[in-house]
Write a protein that binds this ligand. Structure first.
Ligand SMILES: Nc1ncnc2c1ncn2[C@@H]1O[C@H](COP(=O)(O)OP(=O)(O)OP(=O)(O)O)[C@@H](O)[C@H]1O
Ligand SMILES: [Mg+2]
Length: 227
């Protein structure tokens, strides 16, 4: 229908291999994620969840197929960096914070990269740090933080520019029960209160069930309900 809003993410028949085609990872993935949808991406280890998130973010090139985020063609090189800077937040499976910088310094990197002001960035950082309870650790080097603290820090960093699309790869993987609950609730609250779109790769069935929709992957393909 003409009146429907454009999906936030469109992935159509995407193929992705590594090692010159010898390792086939995505085998014709088709997926649409509505604007404001909270989607869980499940499936056994190695089925291609992280690769799919990388492809959606534009960090990984596709062999063929179409990837669009907010109407932008991600496969076309020229738009990629801007999309990633201004539109997409990414919490990596391995947090990818810079170990010798403090958490606060890490969080300011995407703000500066997107041309934001330090003052606004610091205000946003204070707000997110309070919400995640990571405030007392902000000025410590990342190498000194625990796994869970790093993960919360990575969540804060991903949200610094208030992205419309948030990609989270096992965002609660390194957390104990109570922190898992806390971080996930916070994530949902931050995303839902602002009508943002979330795609979360997770092994955690319980958390997945609390998303709007669960999509399962198996061996590089999206499983259909019938299958
Ligand atoms: N850069 C790469 N070079 C070669 N193979 C790769 C590369 N990246 C991923 N793979 C392979 O692709 C497959 C899918 O990896 P991916 O990380 O997407 O799985 P996943 O579903 O995220 O798994 P997990 O649940 O363990 O995180 C794996 O077999 C992996 O070894
Ligand atoms: Mg993964």
């Amino acid at each position: 229908m003409m009146s429907e809003t454009t999906p936030q993410v469109i992935v159509r028949d995407v193929w992705k291999s590594f090692d010159g085609g010898r390792i086939e990872v995505l085998k014709g993935v088709t997926l649409e994620v509505a604007d404001g949808e909270v989607l869980a991406l499940c499936g056994t280890s190695g089925c291609g969840k992280s690769t799919l998130l990388n492809v959606i973010s534009g960090l990984e090139e596709v062999d063929r197929g179409m990837v669009r985020v907010a109407g932008h063609d991600v496969v076309r090189e020229t738009t990629r960096v801007n999309l990633l800077r201004h539109h997409i937040g990414y919490v990596f499976q391995m947090h990818h914070l810079m170990p010798d910088l403090t958490l606060a310094e890490n969080c300011m990197v995407p703000v500066i990269a997107a041309g934001g002001s330090r003052k606004d960035g610091m205000a946003r950082l204070a707000e997110l740090a309070a919400a995640t309870g990571i405030g007392p650790r902000l000025h410590q080097r990342v190498r000194e933080l625990s796994g869970g603290e790093r993960q919360r820090g990575a969540l804060v960093r991903s949200l610094m520019n208030d992205p419309e699309l948030l990609l989270c790869d096992e965002p609660t993987g390194a957390l104990d029960e109570s922190n898992r609950e806390r971080v996930f609730e916070l994530l949902l609250e931050l995303v839902r209160s602002r009508g943002r779109t979330l795609i979360m790769a997770s092994h955690d069935q319980e958390l997945a069930a609390r998303c709007d929709r669960v999509v399962r992957m198996r061996d590089g393909r999206i499983e259909t309900d019938a299958g």
